[in-house]
Design a protein around this ligand. Structure first.
Ligand SMILES: *[C@@H]1O[C@H](CO)[C@@H](O)[C@H](O)[C@H]1NC(C)=O
Ligand SMILES: *[C@@H]1O[C@H](CO)[C@@H](O)[C@H](O)[C@H]1NC(C)=O
Ligand SMILES: *[C@@H]1O[C@H](CO)[C@@H](O)[C@H](O)[C@H]1NC(C)=O
Ligand SMILES: *[C@@H]1O[C@H](CO)[C@@H](O)[C@H](O)[C@H]1NC(C)=O
Ligand SMILES: *[C@@H]1O[C@H](CO)[C@@H](O)[C@H](O)[C@H]1NC(C)=O
Ligand SMILES: *[C@@H]1O[C@H](CO)[C@@H](O)[C@H](O)[C@H]1NC(C)=O
Ligand SMILES: *[C@@H]1O[C@H](CO)[C@@H](O)[C@H](O)[C@H]1NC(C)=O
Length: 460
């Protein structure tokens, strides 16, 4: 009731002022740069006000008062344009700036928190009798800066995945209204199924820990007057695995779980799994599960008998998590050909005989190809009959028939059963057209119907 009546009154007075003078809007007479101030304990704090009129042309009267969070209200300073009376209790604690009605608190303490209220009556000399009232409130908080936070981990020893919980605690020696944040490797941690934060975020419980929780943890403490201080980083080590066990080899040919190797070739196999601490590895021949043939991540195998097949197994064991994993694979001995032999045995040097054979075959192939192309190209055959110089230049394809003077002749469409190369097919069929029982050929004769012009005459 009281509030609404005051609002109504205020609205009425504003309306009155607005209608009485359209020269000035009351809010422009006084300006407070910041209505919320975060002060640091022990520091001074200036509650600034700017007055946008000349004190010479007006008479002023006002107060600064303080409302504590508890609700008690005290008038600190009462002033006019010439005098200021500061409450005797606060005389050594406050300084009033007459020329711009700002208030300086010399040394902030927790008791200075609350709302500071400036109330100002202004009466301009040139406007008879009218008093303008201005009121502003500044909210002030006082905080103690945050000291460097300390991070603690419990328990301090490394933990086994899925079997243990870890509790992180962040504490500060000094600081009020401290806000805590947790980082793992610079990523901010948020509540989740396994991450539980205390009410004020000062503790973080990870329950249970997993492989993903490994990393460097840090807490950041901040408040209104401290931007954020990092604790030192503390490592969380988690024992886990083995995961993603696999066997690999740089040699041999792999198809799924089967490795094919050359007879007599020395082949290395590597077994690897993700694990903390590192696994111990054993290699076992599958037909006798108790017989360990080798220990450690590497296995050396040399088999001689062709078509021999052996089953092997790599077993990884983490002696802290007490978990193990194993993977089986088959080794088959077969001749993989020169490619692999070249790689493993005589690097880069082919036998001279093989080289000669390959080269001769290549040359013969090329010659055959060239010969067949020359003799069997249907267009070429027809062209040679007409004794016309054949242009090898490729003309850009055109859509119309305007420049098709060179395209007439006999065209042949051949369809052949089986997978035969097209050049082969056309050559063959042209060479022995009469023998083409398996082939379906159609011969198209493209006849020139272009009116002859002297320059383009071909048949003369
Ligand atoms: C008010 O005056 C004081 C000096 O007396 C000055 O430091 C302060 O900046 C002034 N405030 C504004 C808002 O101009
Ligand atoms: C303060 O107000 C009085 C009364 O209106 C006026 O006579 C005087 O000139 C003003 N003083 C200043 C410094 O503006
Ligand atoms: C981990 O915390 C869960 C509850 O979140 C509890 O049930 C479990 O017993 C704790 N484990 C250990 C090893 O303290
Ligand atoms: C706090 O740690 C984060 C992440 O490591 C880093 O980005 C930031 O610069 C650090 N801040 C300070 C004040 O050391
Ligand atoms: C605690 O941290 C979470 C996320 O990091 C945040 O959303 C929440 O506001 C924080 N609570 C407090 C009391 O600081
Ligand atoms: C498996 O190997 C062990 C140790 O070499 C041997 O004692 C055992 O007789 C073998 N078992 C079979 C079924 O071959
Ligand atoms: C676990 O295995 C590592 C080697 O992989 C060895 O150094 C360590 O002593 C073993 N720890 C236990 C508890 O057996």
């Amino acid at each position: 009731m009281e509030a609404s009546r005051r609002t109504a009154l205020y609205v009425c007075s504003v309306l009155f002022i607005l209608t009485a003078t359209n020269l000035e809007v009351s809010s422009k007479l006084i300006h407070i740069p910041s209505l919320v101030r975060h002060g640091t304990e022990g520091d001074p704090l200036l509650l600034s006000a700017e007055i946008h009129f000349s004190l010479d042309e007006a008479e002023i009267q006002g107060t600064w008062s303080h409302t504590k969070p508890s609700g008690t209200r005290i008038t600190l300073v009462t002033f006019t344009n010439t005098t200021a009376i500061t409450d005797m209790m606060y005389r050594n604690h406050l300084l009033f700036k007459q020329h711009n009605v700002s208030l300086l608190i010399l040394k902030l303490n927790q008791d200075n928190e609350g709302d500071y209220h400036l109330s100002l009556n202004i009466k301009f000399h040139n406007r008879k009798g009218r008093v303008i009232k201005e009121e502003r409130t500044i909210h002030v908080t006082v905080d103690v800066p945050v000291s460097t936070p300390l991070i603690e981990k419990s328990p301090s020893y490394p933990l086994v995945e899925d079997k243990a919980n870890v509790t992180w605690t962040c504490s500060v020696e000094r600081g009020t209204r401290v806000v805590f944040q947790w980082l793992r490797d610079a990523a901010v941690l948020t509540p989740s199924k396994r991450y539980h934060f205390s009410q004020d975020n000062s503790t973080l419980v990870i329950s249970p820990v997993t492989k993903e929780d490994k990393g460097t943890y840090r807490c950041v403490a901040s408040n209104a007057v401290t931007p954020g201080r990092n604790s030192s980083g503390v490592e969380l080590n988690v024992y886990y695995g083995p995961y993603n066990l696999e066997v690999n080899s740089g040699q041999g040919l792999r198809t799924g779980e089967v490795f094919t190797i050359n007879p007599g070739e020395l082949v290395f196999f590597e077994c690897r799994a993700d694990s903390n601490p590192p696994n111990s590895y054993v290699w076992i021949k599958s037909h006798n599960k108790t017989e360990v043939i080798s220990e450690g991540p590497r296995l050396e195998v040399q088999l001689y008998r062709l078509a021999q097949a052996e089953e092997y197994l790599c077993r990884a064991f983490n002696n802290v998590t007490q978990k193990q994993d194993e993977t089986q694979f088959t080794l088959v001995v077969a001749s993989l050909g020169t490619g692999k032999e070249k790689h493993t045995q005589n690097e880069g040097s082919m036998s001279p005989l093989a080289a000669i054979i390959v080269c001769s075959l290549f040359i013969i192939g090329c010659m055959l190809l060239v010969f067949l192309r020359r003799t069997c190209h249907p267009k070429r055959v027809i062209m040679s009959i007409y004794n016309k110089p054949f242009s090898e230049q490729k003309r850009p394809h055109r859509s119309g028939h305007e420049d098709a003077t060179e395209d007439f002749g006999i065209y042949e469409f051949v369809s052949v059963a089986g997978k035969m190369e097209s050049t082969q097919a056309s050559c063959r069929s042209l060479a022995r057209l009469e023998l083409g029982q398996d082939m379906h050929t159609t011969i198209y004769d493209v006849i020139r119907h272009v009116p002859e012009s002297p320059s383009q005459s071909l048949l003369t």
